[in-house]
Design a binder for this molecule. Structure first.
Ligand code: MN
Length: 304
């Protein structure tokens, strides 16, 4: 990694060893409970008012690609200029670097408490809805053989306390999967019941009107009519979400949904990964967003 800032953060993860991790996770949990001090947080919903936003889709343990994307976005400068960074969930499961990835993101957040948000993905699961694959506890067990159960337990508590959606002054809605087809008011996202939480973490857009049960076995697929009604009713401009393996990014529902996918490598077939930079405090119109992208070739070249 060329950038000194990222390299320094990555070095600081290594100091979170078996003796330090429990203390680190307790600190992080306390921060989540305190988060109202730093953001306008109402329940599990966060309101953001100013600066540019850098928004990141699924990472699933791909720490190399996310480091390169953050460097490309000049994250150091972005943070100096009061920029915000919103991660859309799915930090773990798949690949050998998932523990490093989530600790890296938590470290980044704790060092910029009023600028960085980690939203919950379906792979940061409630105990009653574990996704497949969920190899995170297996990696914890091999890394921390003596205390992995307690460590996993703490992670699950942390996941339960992560916010699930974020709204900007420009009325962008950021979340992991999709909007609820049953609860049509954004107020219902503040203290979601199990069903609503499931929908937000698992739903996907589809091209047909209406909604149907998802092929994933959990949640729904929702049509452009549902998206347009929801945006109108809640005075929102656009939805930015992750959850689906697209080739970096994809516009859906007449440009009202942007899907971001920010990792590379198997089992997915994409050869580029993207994040987005977008103003949070001026009205959205198509073209204000800047898509920052890397290809698998570029990542290979940096690593070699
Ligand atoms: Mn997902």
């Amino acid at each position: 990694m060329s950038d000194e800032y990222i390299a320094k953060l990555l070095r600081s993860i290594r100091s979170i060893d078996e003796t330090r991790i429990m203390q680190f996770l307790e600190e992080y949990k306390a921060y989540l409970i305190d988060m109202k001090k730093y953001f306008d947080q109402r329940g599990k919903l966060i309101y953001l008012f100013d600066g540019d936003g850098l928004i990141i889709g699924d990472i699933h343990g791909d720490i190399a690609t996310i480091s390169i994307l953050l460097e490309k976005a000049d994250i150091k400068n972005h943070l100096t200029n009061n920029g915000k960074v919103i991660f859309l969930g799915d930090y773990i499961d798949r690949g050998p670097y998932q523990i490093e990835t989530i600790l890296f993101l938590m470290t980044l957040q704790l060092s910029h408490k009023n600028q960085i948000i980690l939203l919950r993905g379906n792979h940061e699961p409630p105990r009653w809805l574990i996704p497949y694959p969920h190899d995170f506890p297996i990696y914890l067990r091999s890394r921390y053989p003596n205390r992995w159960r307690k460590i996993y337990e703490l992670f699950l508590e942390i996941f339960d306390n992560l916010p699930i959606a974020c709204i900007s002054k420009s009325r962008l809605l950021m979340l992991h999967g999709g909007i609820s087809v049953k609860k049509t008011s954004i107020q219902d996202y503040q203290y979601p019941d199990k069903e609503t939480l499931t929908e937000i973490l698992w739903n996907d857009p589809m091209n047909e009107e209406g909604y149907i049960p998802s092929y994933r076995g959990v949640g729904y697929l929702f049509g452009p009519d549902i998206t347009h009604k929801f945006l109108d009713k809640n005075e929102l401009s656009i939805i930015i979400r992750g959850h689906e393996p697209v080739n970096g990014y994809q516009y859906r529902h007449n440009g009202k949904i942007i899907t971001l996918f920010s990792r590379l490598g198997p089992p997915y077939m994409n050869n580029r990964a993207s994040i987005i930079k977008i103003p949070l405090d001026e009205p959205y119109r198509k073209g204000v967003e800047e898509i920052i992208m890397v290809t698998d070739e570029e990542v290979k070249n940096v690593l070699n």
